[in-house]
Design a protein around this ligand. Structure first.
Ligand code: PLP
Length: 473
């Protein structure tokens, strides 16, 4: 493509994106598309000869965009709502243009150093001490996998050298997390070959927080049975309810027994930049490792997970393997030494651009506004006799359900709430998701999109009221 064409189509695409974001409200959040429908529309084979860019862009407009679930939509309230901010989009664009591979300092000096700078800035903003060094991975699932690999390495069991299979000298390892922890913890345990039974889900209290006395008992029982505790994963901001495990008390347990403490703050960690929320994180600074995801609640386009660790050397010991063709002379930190992947994208650029564009105050203001919108919505739920809150509102997520008639059985209430959810989502005007709490079907409203305003939350209230009226029998 000539430079002239690149400019022409580049301007055209930026215009397309600007329109898309400006008018995204006019699209349904969820596409009305059946599985396989898009595939059926598209040719089964790549074209023999290149096609004009105009046609490709036209197909994106005609076929691809309408078949998307629009995560940038201000009425996207499912899972953890996210948004791609303009500086984040520009960062992605530039990172693709530079196309550097940040495996070594030498292969991308600016990418490697900017990653350190951006992660230092973020670390300072969320109040972690400088002992924490950072590295960017793609997702929290991968961050947690690396944390648990480092935890295992810290046990000095020569697992790197000799593996785990058939080792009579090796006690069974155990990893503890609350039963509300994200499934990525259990998946990491499986992927690391510890065996699914090594994962010990610990019960939670009535506010969905890990029960520390149950954790202590589980550890004591395991040790008495000859097992070796490898790590505890505390969650600050659980996936279902954003509950907060008592991390200071958990840190006490881990320190007493020299167990690696990993904190999963994938969603909520960035909220530690709010002084009024900082107390909720008290004790996390004593962890060995922490993950938080700017791609969740810091307006960063997917993907970017910030992993902080105060024992980087242990992580390096678990993963560093330098073949001759990658050896360099500089005495520097090479990202490839701290994980499974070799090739690495220039992710830091978008985070750095976002922090510069919004500034600390701008980011704080947006997070605060989301928390306020969530509190307002929760207050409405509490005022309405036919609805109830199911979990405390800590940040920007509200768990609730319809309970129009006290005489309805649990199963009838589950079915009603599921119908309400489907009804609201089928309008295309909002997208909510659900979870199960205490065995019961629960609706979740997650606010996290920077384009979400009061009017969108008000509309959800109307949709919910309408859906309740039409679905209650
Ligand atoms: N941890 C928590 C608490 C989460 O809520 C999630 C996803 O929602 C994850 C981990 C996994 O995040 P990722 O998609 O970045 O792997």
């Amino acid at each position: 493509m000539s430079a002239e064409d690149f400019r022409r189509f580049g301007y055209q695409l930026i215009d397309w994106i600007a329109d898309y974001l400006e008018k995204i409200d006019e699209r349904p959040v969820l596409p009305s598309i059946r599985p396989g429908e898009l595939r059926a529309q598209l040719p089964q084979m790549a074209p023999e000869r290149g096609e004009p860019m105009e046609r490709i862009i036209a197909d994106i407009d005609r076929s691809i965009a309408p078949a998307l679930t629009h995560w940038n939509h201000p009425a996207f309230f499912a899972y953890f709502a996210t948004s791609a901010s303009a500086p984040g989009i520009f960062g992605e664009l530039l990172s693709a243009a530079f196309n550097v591979n940040a495996m070594l300092w030498r292969t991308a000096p600016a990418a490697v150093e900017l990653e350190e700078v951006a992660l230092d800035w973020l670390r300072e903003m969320i109040g972690l001490p400088p002992e924490f060094e950072g590295i960017i991975y793609d997702t929290a699932s991968i961050s947690t996998l690396h944390a648990l690999a480092a935890a295992r390495e810290s046990l000095n069991l020569r697992i790197r050298e000799e593996g785990m299979a058939g080792r009579a000298d090796l006690p069974p390892l155990r990893v503890y997390a609350s039963e509300q922890a994200h499934s990525s913890v259990e998946k990491a345990v499986i992927a690391l070959g510890l065996g699914q039974r090594a994962f010990r889900p610990i019960r939670t209290d009535e506010q969905f927080r890990l029960d520390v006395s149950a954790l202590r008992r589980a550890i004591e029982d395991d040790v008495a049975a000859g097992a070796l505790p490898c790590a505890v994963v505390a969650t600050l901001g659980t996936t279902s309810t954003t509950s907060l495990d008592p991390v200071a008390e958990i840190a006490d347990v881990c320190h007493e027994r020299s167990i690696w403490l990993h904190v999963d703050a994938a969603y909520a960690g960035v909220a530690a930049m709010l002084p009024e929320k900082r107390e909720l994180f008290r004790g996390w600074e004593r962890a060995d490792s922490i993950v938080t995801n700017p791609h969740k609640w810091l307006f960063t386009p997917l993907d970017l997970s910030a992993f902080y660790c105060r024992r980087m050397e242990t992580l390096r010991r678990a993963f560093s393997l330098v073949p001759e063709y990658l050896r360099t002379d500089e005495r520097v930190r090479n990202p490839m030494d701290y994980g499974i992947q070799l090739g690495r994208r220039f992710r830091a650029l978008k985070l750095w651009m976002i922090m510069r564009y919004f500034g600390r105050a701008g980011l704080q203001a947006r997070l605060r506004e989301h928390c306020r919108l969530a509190r307002d919505f929760a207050a409405w739920i509490e005022r309405e006799a036919e609805w109830e809150l199911v979990a405390p509102v800590q940040f920007s997520v509200v768990c609730f359900r319809a309970r129009p008639d006290r005489a309805l059985s649990g199963e009838e209430l589950d079915a009603l709430n599921e119908r309400i959810l489907n009804h609201v989502n089928s309008t295309g005007q909002a997208f909510l998701s659900h979870t199960r709490l205490n065995g019961r079907f629960t609706l979740r409203l997650a606010i996290g999109n920077m384009r979400t305003g009061e009017e969108h939350v008000a509309r959800v209230r109307e949709l919910l009221s309408q859906a309740l009226k039409e679905n209650v029998k």
